[in-house]
Every structure is written in C-alpha cells, then in structure tokens.
Design a protein around this ligand. Structure first.
Ligand code: NAD
Length: 483
C-alpha cells in the first residue's frame, strides 16, 4: 500500500481518474498549502461507480454472512496494522492533531468493521407459527447504498456507513466531503485487499452536485448522509422522490448541564471534550453549557486554568493537542460567530482570536453570561466556541435545554443518581451522557431526534437501517376460496 491515494476515485476494485472533472484542491489546514488536486466525478464516473455497485450486489448478497463478515474483520485488522499511516493521512486531510487521529479515526473505523463483521452471520429472519401454517421472515439487503460524508471524521464516516451496509449484503458508493477527500480512498483499497469483490465498496469524489446526482439515480436504494441540517433537508427531499431509504446524521446544538453537586474536575473535563476536541468540529458537541449558579465561578476559573494545557502547533507533532479549523471558510464562519457573541453582549472569558501562524487556527474560546436568544446559543457553530449559560432549577434547565430544533446529544453532570436519570429521560436527544461526554463506542446507537436526524448508526440498530424484512406465508393444508 502506498501511503497516498493514487487517483481521485476507486471503482470496481481499482483507482480511476477522469481529469475532465472539476478540480478539487486538497488543502492542508495547518499550512494552507495545496497538497493534492483531485477531480470531481463526471457523469461517466458516477455511472461507472453505480454500475459496478449494482453488478456486484447480488453476488455479494449471495455470500454467507460468515463469509462477508470475514472480509470486514480482515479489513479491520489491516486498518489497525496501518493505523500510523492512516492517522497521518487523516491529519493531512482534516488538520486534526495526530495525538487524536492515532487513537480515534482508523481505530474507530476498525471497530465498526470488526463489530459488523461479527454481526454479519447473525443477521437472520424469524419463524412465526400460525397453527399448522407459518410465516418466516427473510432479512434482505436494500441493494445499492449511497454514503455521503462530512469533513470532520472522513475515515470513521466511511466505515460507519460501509461496515453495516456491507454486512447486510448491500454494496456502496461513498462520496466523501470535497474538503477531505483522501481518507475514504484508503478505506476502499483496504476493503478490496481484505477480500471484498470488486464493486462492493466504491468511492467517488465531488461537490454537492455529485451527491445530488447519486441520490436520484434509479439504481440507488438507500442514502445515508452525514452533514448539516440544510443539506439533510435537500437530500431527504430528493430521496423521497424515489421513496428511498434514508439515514440522516445531521447537526446539533447540544446542551451540557452541570449541577452544583457535580464533581468539578470531571465536569470541566466533559466541557473540554464536548467543545474543544477536534477543535470543536464534532456534531454531538455540548456547546450550550448550562452551569448552576452555585458552581459557576469555580467552573469558569478551573476551565480557564485547564485551557492553559492547550498545545497548538504542527498537528503531525504527537505533543500537539489542538489543531486548526478544517478550512479557511470554516475559520471565517467561526470568527463571524465570535464577533456576534461579543456584539450581542456575551462576556468573553478567554480566547476569541486567530493565531499568528499559517493555517486556519483559532484559540479555544469561552463566553459566559450567554442567554438563550443569543446567536451563539441558538446556532451550530462547529468550532471551538463554548457558551456558558446560568440556571437555577432542574425543571427550568430541562425546559431550556430542550428549547431547540436540534436533538442530537445531551449531557448531565451531577452526583444525584435519580436526577441524572430523570434528566436523561427528559432530554430530547438521540444520545445522552451522564457524568461523561462524547463517547461513541460502536456498540451504542448514535443518531439524532428532531432536526438532528433520522435513523441510527452503530449498534444492532444500524442493521435495521441497512436491511428490509420480507414475510413469507406458508400454507400447509388446502386453500379454501369463496367460489
Ligand atoms: P455539509 O452539509 O455542507 O456537507 C455534507 C456532505 O453533503 C458533503 O459531502 C457535501 O458535498 C454533500 N452535499 C452538499 N449538498 C448536497 C446535495 N444537495 N445533495 C447531496 N449531497 C450534498 O456538511 P459539512 O460542512 O461537510 O459537515 C458539517 C456538518 O455535518 C455539521 O452540521 C455537523 O453537525 C454535521 N455532522 C453530523 C454528524 C452526525 O453524525 N450527526 C457527524 C459529523 C458532522
């Protein structure tokens, strides 16, 4: 395996190029330099990928679950063996520090491949006895699945979608984000090396228009998107035209509630993990940090002290723990929100500035005295900006926490056991955390409620979203009819 992908697309088991496609410059976020130029898929490339996926699907579905699972588990082993190279590439693609990518990205992709590889043989139907007659169900694949990725976790997203899809006997055409196009190509290479037949897992590049052209193709049976709510609405509507299955992993503005009785050090850790990991570019981040009034000043003091441990710099340096924003555009968007926070009267506790070095760096930023209506408390920022809001009572904070159209995640820090579970039950969110934040093990379902999404990734729940049930009625005796 060469460390770098060797062409823009990976179709039917090999790298494919079509230089007629629009340029996609790959910019290293830590320096702003163009490190590669790829090409968006032309209609001919889109057709080639879908034709390959369609042709491979029935053969792949004809393999036993054990055989399919073996391929996925082998791919997981290869990913773990090559973790270093894949992590270096992930850092070039996203700018996230190697300190993170070496323990999160290829490893979590490998976890998904291993988990769904293990489940593949256990994907079965059931038997329903009806007197002498009976019904049996077959759990069948959907067919050709399209995966469309966001730019924050390119390897992980390619695997979180690909692993359950392939385990169920589907084939996939995956389109990574145009901002981070490199990593998914390596996932495709590894699938083939692990023994997947050509055409089972394909990757093509492109901007939104390529994604849109995939969704409406009659060969496509399912679309799984990770992206923003506005894109999700477009993709959901386009999929509805053809009554296609969907999984929507969209944005959030999640609440993190810290009660007076919480362990202060753990609560600060949760707030750091839920706001500044990956420079804040995590969909489930708890960016509305509600802190009960009695602990507020202690929380802000300790948080500010702990932020002195931030080490910005070359993200390939294993000692660096805070990288740049993924792109100049994203940095500008986040700077716009910081300006809005100041303008609307929030108190800037720390950060708020760019950094005097090449690349798209921003300081970790904390605002206090934020109120519910401020733009920084209502809009997804997707950058290292924490909003701290005050509250008095449990009833009040739950109502305010839920007063949003988003519903991806929510967290609570408290020593009160029953209150913790009451809060988890009351949160309108797909994933809740008690005395922790942002864990995403493959064994647990992940996904949003309200406008944050439809469907679940990971866990056994994902199988429901990549397969369909067929009921087969079997009559054992004669069949009566009225005439
Ligand atoms: P985005 O919505 O701009 O783009 C996502 C993907 O959709 C890209 O690959 C893009 O090319 C494609 N796309 C754009 N328009 C399209 C169209 N009309 N038809 C088909 N495809 C189209 O999102 P982004 O900026 O790449 O990522 C950040 C967003 O993703 C944030 O809102 C974040 O919360 C969300 N996100 C969600 C999760 C989750 O699991 N819920 C995970 C990561 C990121």
């Amino acid at each position: 395996m060469s460390t770098q992908p060797t062409a823009s697309h990976f179709i039917n088991g090999k790298y494919v190029e079509d230089a007629a496609g629009e340029d996609i410059p790959v910019i290293y976020p830590a320096t702003g330099e163009v490190i590669a130029t790829l090409h968006a898929a032309t209609p001919a490339i889109v057709d080639q990928a879908l034709a390959a996926a369609k042709a491979a699907q029935s053969t792949w579905a004809g393999w036993s679950g054990t055989e399919r699972g073996r391929v996925l588990r082998c791919a997981a082993d290869i990913m773990r063996e090559r973790n270093h190279d894949l992590s270096v590439l992930e850092t070039y693609d996203t700018g996230k520090p190697y300190q993170e990518t070496s323990v999160v990205d290829a490893t979590s992709g490998a976890d998904a491949l291993e988990y769904f590889g293990g489940l593949a043989a256990a994907i079965t139907g059931e038997h329903i006895q009806l007197g002498d007659d009976f019904v049996y169900t077959r759990r069948e694949p959907l067919g050709v699945c399209v995966g469309i990725g966001a730019w924050n976790y390119p390897t992980q997203i390619a695997c979180w979608k690909g692993a359950p899809a392939l385990a169920c006997g589907n084939t996939m055409v995956f389109k990574p984000s145009e901002t981070t196009p490199l990593c998914a190509l390596k996932v495709a290479e590894i699938m083939i090396e692990a023994g997947a037949p050509p055409g089972v897992y394909n990757v093509i590049q492109g901007y939104g228009a390529v994604g849109a052209s995939l969704i409406t193709d009659p060969r496509v049976d399912k679309v799984s998107l990770t992206g923003s709510v506005p894109t999700g609405k477009k993709v959901y509507a386009a999929a509805a035209e053809g009554v296609r299955h969907v999984t929507m992993e969209l944005g959030g503005k999640s609440p993190l509630v810290i009660f007076d009785d919480a362990d202060l050090e753990n609560a600060v850790s949760g707030a750091i993990l839920g706001n500044f990991y990956s420079s804040g570019q995590v969909c489930s981040n708890g960016t509305r940090v509600f802190v009960q009034k009695g602990i507020k000043e202690a929380f802000l003091t300790r948080l500010t002290e702990r932020l002195s441990g931030v080490k910005m710099g070359d993200p390939q340096d294993p000692d660096v723990n805070f990288g740049p924003m993924v792109s100049e555009r994203q940095r500008d968007i986040v700077e716009g929100f910081i300006a809005k926070g100041k303008e609307e009267g929030a108190r800037l506790v720390t950060g708020g500035n760019g950094v005097d070095r090449p690349g798209f760096y921003l300081e970790p930023t904390v605002f206090a005295d934020v109120t519910d209506e401020m733009t920084i408390a209502t809009d997804e920022i997707f950058g290292p900006v924490m909003s701290v809001l005050d509250f008095d009572t449990e009833e009040e904070v739950l109502r305010r926490a839920n007063a949003t159209d988003f519903g991806l995640a929510a967290g609570v820090f408290t020593a009160n056991l029953t209150r913790a579970h009451r809060m988890a039950a009351g949160f309108e969110a797909g994933t809740c955390y008690i005395n922790t934040y942002n864990d995403a093990p493959v064994e647990a379902p992940f996904g949003g409620t309200k406008q944050s999404g439809v469907g679940r990734e990971n866990s056994k729940a994902a199988i429901e979203h990549y397969s369909q049930i067929k009921g087969v009625y079997v009559r054992m005796g004669d069949l009566e009819a009225p005439f």
